[in-house]
Every structure is written in C-alpha cells, then in structure tokens.
Design a protein around this ligand. Structure first.
Ligand code: GDP
Length: 328
C-alpha cells in the first residue's frame, strides 16, 4: 500500500489530539466501541499513554497511530489506491536526549498544527528547526479557525517569519496551508472553503508529504532497522519501535542486533506489529519505509540496529545536537 510517514508538531492545546482523532474517525477506521469511547470524552487517551514511561523509566517516545485514506475516485475513473498514513507523535518542545531527532528520523514530512488565535509558540521553534534540519517540509495546519478571536492571516505570517528565521529554504517557505476546525471536523485550502470534512487535509498529506525514501526497495535485501523508540508490555517485555530501512521485518526470525558500541548479538523476534488506527496490528511482514514494533528482543536499546542474521551492519546513528536554546 502507498505510504506516508508524517510527524505532527504542535504546541500543547493547539489541537493535535483533536485533529488526530478526526483523521482517525473520518478515515473510517474506528470500530463502534472506539467511537463510543470517543463519545464518552475519553479521546485524550488516544495520544497520551504515558503510564509505563513513569513506571519503568523507559521513554515511550512515539505514541504513533495510523490511518488508511481511500481517495474518492473522480467520476468515470478507476478507484484510487488507498494510502496508509502513519502519524508520528512528536514532542512539542526541546528535550535533552535526542528524542526529537529520533522521532523525526522516522518521518518524511511534518504537520505543523498552530492555533489560529495564538500563532506559533516559542517552544515549537526548536522542534521545527530540527525538522527543517532533517530536510522535512512542513504542511501548516491553522487550527481553530472557528474561534471568534481567530486571526489566521496573521498566524500564517508568523509561521512564515518563524520559518524564515530558522533559515528554511524556498521550498519549505512555500508551505501548503490548511485552515481547520478540528473540533468541528473540517479542513480547507481556503478560509472560505466549503467546510465539509477533513478530506483536503488527507489530500494535502498525500500530495505534499513525499513517499518514504527507500534506498533499496528489494524486499529480499538484508534487513536493517534502527530502533528509535521503546515501549513496554507486561507480557512480552520491551518493544522496539523503528522504521524498516531495508529488507523485510518478520516475526519468529533470528536476527543480528548491533548495539551502539558495535557489539553484535543474536536474538529472535517474537511478534511484529504495524501501527493501525489507535493501536497496533500483528503483521507477517513489514517492508522498507514502514514503521513497526517488535517484541521478543531483549536486551534492546534505542540506537541499536536490527539486521539480517548474516549481515550485521549498523545504520549510522541519528545525529543529535544537544539543545543550547533557552526555553521560554
Ligand atoms: P493538544 O494538546 O494539542 O492535543 O490539544 P487538544 O486536541 O487536546 O485540544 C485542546 C483544546 O482545544 C480542547 O479543549 C479542544 O476541544 C480544543 N480544540 C481543538 N480543536 C479545536 C478547534 O478546531 N476549534 C476550537 N474552538 N477548539 C478546538
């Protein structure tokens, strides 16, 4: 399936959760039970699962989710292929452990969600700078345009100024703009658009975020995946999350793991999952470009490369500059 990996950057309260829920909801992925949960106002659970983070001291960095968008076919034309969109949750501020860089290394573009009244906040500047540094182009979502004090044109100018200050190139400065009211479930290219649904945002993601760059598309090429975040399950222990760089990730497979010190260990993968809706779904094979979660590997750490058994080649580490900026 066609694929997009997009990281969402937003200042707290600017609507990341609401927007994500709407994308999930409108992509038709919710089962009824999940809808009920939403109706019960528990939707904040969607992107905020920090329990184990506290419990184990393991940073659960990527609270990712995934939607499948089926573009409507124009009259008389054949149906278009559905597109899977991995939405990668990004910390909205500077961190001191390289979390932002690692999360961004899984993405091919970013959604910058900005409140239509408040404009971009200083805390997101750092993350946005990192995204630009990784060559990721932003799609700007001016959210909450329904608010009486919304000033979307001013907000767009502010975003432009911010990007210019971060020395964004002309391509990034020419960012696509979506005006949205996530709360009301619509997004448009123009402020006076038809305000029907989120489809314009889906279309923009598909058109403006590049498909994953894969150096070697051969699914039989030797596997390589860098672990960019960890989760934890009571039942299976550590769960390694990352983007398949090369080859195919499969369950029940003996792999070589090269740790950051270059030491190689042999381990066997148990369950392999892809992101699906709010959760994860078991997968038989995950090919290059897609994100996956692997259980059964322990010891495993962020920065380790999971490789084909007979090709233990580490991927280059994600470049991390510790932030020197002062947060305001
Ligand atoms: P997050 O912290 O970025 O995940 O923000 P949330 O999605 O939790 O939203 C923060 C608050 O803004 C909540 O009270 C939402 O109901 C509200 N909100 C989100 N989107 C919109 C919108 O489009 N319009 C208005 N008026 N409020 C919104």
């Amino acid at each position: 399936m066609d694929l997009r990996n997009v990281a969402i950057i937003a200042h707290v309260d600017h609507g990341k959760t609401t927007l994500t829920d709407q994308l999930l909801y409108q992509s038709g992925q919710f089962r009824d039970a999940e809808l009920d949960k939403l109706a019960g106002g528990q939707h904040n659970l969607v992107m905020d699962t920090g329990d184990l983070e506290r419990e184990r001291g393991i940073t659960i960095t990527a609270k990712n989710c995934s939607v499948v968008y089926a573009p409507p076919a124009p009259e008389g034309e054949p149906a278009k292929e559905p597109v899977k969109i991995n939405l990668i949750d990004t910390p909205g501020h500077a961190d001191f452990g390289g979390e932002v860089e690692r999360v961004l290394s899984m993405a091919d573009g970013v959604l910058l969600v900005v409140d239509a009244a408040e404009g971009p906040m200083p805390q997101t500047r750092f993350v946005l700078g990192k995204a630009l540094g990784h060559g990721l182009k932003p799609v700007v979502v001016v959210n909450k345009v329904d608010k009486p004090d919304a000033r979307p044109d001013w907000v767009v100018d502010q975003v432009f100024d911010l990007l210019a200050a971060l020395e964004a190139d002309d391509d990034a400065l020419d960012f696509p703009i979506i005006y949205a009211s996530a709360k009301n479930g619509w997004a448009d290219h123009a402020l006076d658009g038809p305000r029907r649904n989120m489809q314009p945002l889906f279309e923009t993601i598909v058109e403006d975020v590049p498909a994953p760059k894969v150096e070697n598309p051969d699914p039989d090429a030797p596997l390589q995946l860098m672990v960019t975040s960890l989760a934890f399950s009571e039942y299976t222990g550590r769960i390694a999350i990352g983007r398949v760089h090369r080859g195919t990730m499969t369950p029940g497979t003996t792999v070589s793991i090269v740790n950051r010190a270059g030491k190689v260990s042999r381990q066997k993968t148990a369950r392999v999952e892809v992101f699906s809706g709010l959760g994860r779904a078991e997968a038989d094979a995950v090919t290059a470009g897609d994100l996956c979660a692997i259980s059964g590997l322990d010891p495993i750490d962020i920065g380790d490369t999971v490789c084909a058994l007979d090709a233990p080649e580490a991927l280059p580490p994600v470049a991390i500059d510790e932030p020197t900026v002062t947060m305001t």
